[in-house]
Write a protein that binds this ligand. Structure first.
Ligand SMILES: O=C(O)C(=O)C[C@H](O)[C@H](O)CO
Ligand SMILES: [Mg+2]
Length: 403
């Protein structure tokens, strides 16, 4: 029995907001869990503070599965991003503690390494096709083997994934939601041109990815997937909103472009049909928003039965704690596909010192016991929470659209 002595929520904003749970056990070991839900951070902080932490004190930190079930079934109100991010933070912290007590990097406890490193993809974006490709070349020169390409849409003042700061894309950019404008017709004209030019200039040895950010209808997505077929994408992400999982059937009927979805999913029930009917190729659910390692492992195990591989979300709103957890997890499962990798700010890296490292297109979680991530609490205090919302998206006639 390893009793949980204390748990507390740490809120910090070193360039962007992060919510972190720190659990300490009576032997002095501590574990960290990420609970960041972009644009809705304080809801999860309160869920942890007010509704979870009081129930954790005195429990056996080693009983990870039992605590997971206690928090999930015990809440009665199941699933949802707030609940599942809070449970995820507890789960990550407990796995961190268990691995530290065992004196092992977490991937060893999860079954050991299945590969030498986790293939990652970088984000290249630009206002024009030329600028996007020149950004992609910079990543290729750094050793990346996979790059996501997003470019501006002529006629629209801003486009998802295209930022002024080329190294970092930070969508939660304002105190109240920024309003963007969207036209699927214009978008559908430019994207095939981007990938045609990319294959001309970058060749065929680099994996290319694209994120459509849930903006199309199934028939529009089918057309884009078909138009992109000659360029052999690694994946087309979030082609359509996925609340209706059957949406993906229509795309599948028309195209062999591999499909990825799931960064907004928070439970296995969000992707059960997608996986069982083999409507997707990559599942993007990740540790923080999908109930932690304990639940993500269930999703990955189901996916493995149907040849669906993982492609965990890894934008900058997922803290280094989640990145570390995802890397240990990815290394240990047979059906790992790829890991998204966006660089955090220097301030974030200083607040969360970590042992994972990039080499030759792959990230490795490192070999220190546990997750291999710490938090500098004094420095964290220097960066107070700053309200920041994700944007909203309107069609040219003013109607609300998916962001
Ligand atoms: O990284 C991606 O694929 C994204 O779509 C980024 C998301 O918009 C971002 O993480 C939302 O918080
Ligand atoms: Mg995405």
């Amino acid at each position: 029995m390893l009793k949980i002595k204390s748990a507390r929520v740490i809120t910090t904003s070193p360039g962007r907001n992060f919510i972190t749970l720190k659990i300490e056990t009576e032997d002095g070991t501590f574990g960290l869990g990420d609970a960041t839900l972009n644009g809705r951070e304080l809801a999860v902080a309160s869920y942890l503070q007010d509704h979870i932490i009081p129930c954790l004190i005195g429990r056996d930190a080693h009983q990870i599965e039992d605590i997971w079930q206690y928090l999930y079934k015990g809440a009665y109100w199941r699933r949802g991003p707030v609940t599942m991010s809070a449970i995820a933070a507890v789960d990550m912290a407990l796995w961190d503690i268990k691995a530290k007590v065992a004196g092992l990097p977490l991937y060893q406890l999860l079954g050991g390494a299945c590969r030498e490193g986790n293939l990652v993809y970088a984000h290249a974006n630009g206002e024009s096709i030329e600028e996007t490709l020149s950004e992609a070349k910079k990543y290729i020169a750094l050793g990346y083997r996979a790059v996501r390409l997003q470019c501006g849409v002529p006629g629209l003042s801003s486009t998802y994934g295209v930022s002024k700061d080329k190294a970092r894309y930070e969508p939660a950019d304002a105190d109240l939601p920024t309003e963007n404008t969207w036209s699927t017709e214009k978008y559908l004209r430019i994207v095939p041109q981007l990938f045609a030019a990319a294959r001309e200039e970058l060749g065929w040895d680099i994996h290319l990815l694209h994120d459509a950010h849930h903006r199309m209808t199934p028939i529009e997505a089918a057309r884009l997937a078909k138009d992109l077929e000659p360029y052999r994408l690694f994946w087309l992400e979030d082609a359509v909103p996925a609340e209706n999982q059957a949406n993906f059937r229509l795309i599948r009927q028309h195209s062999t472009t591999p499909l990825a979805v799931g960064e907004v999913f928070n439970s296995i029930w969000d992707c059960k049909q997608l996986i069982e009917e083999q409507l997707i190729d990559y599942i993007r659910a990740t540790v923080v928003h999908a109930g932690g390692i304990t639940h993500l492992r269930r999703i990955a195990n189901l996916a493995a039965l149907y040849n669906v591989r993982t492609g965990c979300h890894g934008a900058t709103d997922l803290s280094p704690v989640t990145m570390a957890a995802a890397l240990h997890f990815g290394l240990s499962i047979p059906n790992f596909g790829i890991q998204e990798y966006m660089h955090h700010t220097d301030e974030t890296n200083a607040v969360f010192p970590h042992g994972y490292s990039f080499s030759d297109g792959y990230l490795h979680p490192g070999n220190s016991p546990g997750l291999g991530v710490d938090i500098d609490e004094d420095m964290a205090k220097e960066f107070p929470y700053k309200r920041a919302f994700l944007p909203v998206n309107r069609l040219e006639d003013g109607g609300m659209h998916d962001w």
